[in-house]
Design a protein around this ligand. Structure first.
Ligand code: PLP
Length: 284
């Protein structure tokens, strides 16, 4: 049960109360969009950026989302109820499905849950990564908009499958690699790496999801004396960089310790600066 549930135009409801109909296209087809947002001190971090990405996702999927102010109000209703329960780290999820099968408005709701210690331990302990083929070249999704590159759609079944597969291989998480060998992103995270004094990430032209956390870190890189760049890198080259990280709103900044069993170097000083820049607490 979610800790807090709020429904558009209804406000906070009992989290045990059913809020979806059996013919909701979000359930039947995974036909909808969502955002997961870090909550600290009772406030959503980078909320505007998440709402902007959600609007772009819905536009790409050709359905109409409620306006920015309605979604911001829904978020605030959920956050106000969350603040009454304390101010520990939380995850605000905003979900909008296309609505019911035979038409009508989108179904829109928000939940807030605590972030478990297990989810943030990679901030302290890092991640062992297994590479997994995405099955298409790095430039394929740009040419095939129906593959929904760059869209945060609800249909995450392959995402969940690749994460289960990575665990079955003894890794903590996966890394998508294009058929032509380029390291792209994690199933639920963005890839960053350090090349000399430059903090790098994958170009959005590859169809990765543009991460809010990675964008924030790249935009702030000059504050810690680094340049920022979007580049392509092969999985083989990635195993030899100075340091690499997977970042996301809930996970924060998790350094990569190995790729397919090959040890990856680390820069704990840079990891600490990135955590500090984005305000992620590292568990003890
Ligand atoms: C495919 C994918 N890439 C990257 C990210 C990281 O995005 P953000 O930093 O906005 O959480 C996510 C987040 O869930 C994701 O699902």
């Amino acid at each position: 049960m979610a800790t807090v549930t709020a429904v558009l135009h209804r406000g906070v409801v009992d989290s045990d109360e059913p809020i979806l109909c059996a013919d909701d296209l979000g359930v039947l087809r995974g036909d909808g969009v969502f955002e997961t947002i870090n909550v600290r001190d009772g406030q959503a971090f980078l909320l505007d950026k998440h709402l902007a990405r959600m609007a772009r996702s819905a536009e790409r999927m050709e359905f109409e989302l409620p306006g920015f102010s309605e979604l911001a109000e829904l978020s605030e209703q959920a956050l106000a109820a969350w603040r009454e329960r304390g101010t520990g780290e939380g995850a605000l999820r905003l979900v909008a499905t296309r609505g019911r099968e035979h038409g009508g408005p989108p179904t829109v709701f928000a939940t807030v849950d605590p972030v478990s210690r297990e989810r943030i331990l990679p901030r302290r302990d890092g991640l062992r990564i297994a590479t997994a083929s995405l099955g298409v070249d790095a430039d394929a999704r740009g040419k095939a908009p129906w593959l929904l590159g760059g869209v945060k759609a609800l249909s995450y079944a392959t995402t969940m499958a690749v994460m289960r597969w990575a665990k079955s291989q003894g890794a903590d998480d996966a890394l998508w690699v294009s058929a032509d060998g380029y390291a792209l992103e994690g199933p639920t995270s963005s890839l960053l790496w350090l090349d000399g004094e430059t903090l790098c990430t994958t170009p959005v032209s590859t169809g990765i999801l543009p991460g809010t956390t990675s964008a924030f870190l790249l935009e702030s890189a000059s504050k810690i004396g680094l340049e920022a760049a979007e580049r392509l890198i092969t999985a083989e080259e990635l195993a030899r960089v100075e340091a690499a990280w997977l970042t996301s709103s809930v996970r924060g900044v998790a350094f990569i310790t190995s790729i397919d069993g090959a040890v990856v170097s680390q820069r704990p000083d840079v990891t600490a600066e990135l955590d500090k820049l984005a305000g992620f607490e590292v568990p003890s």
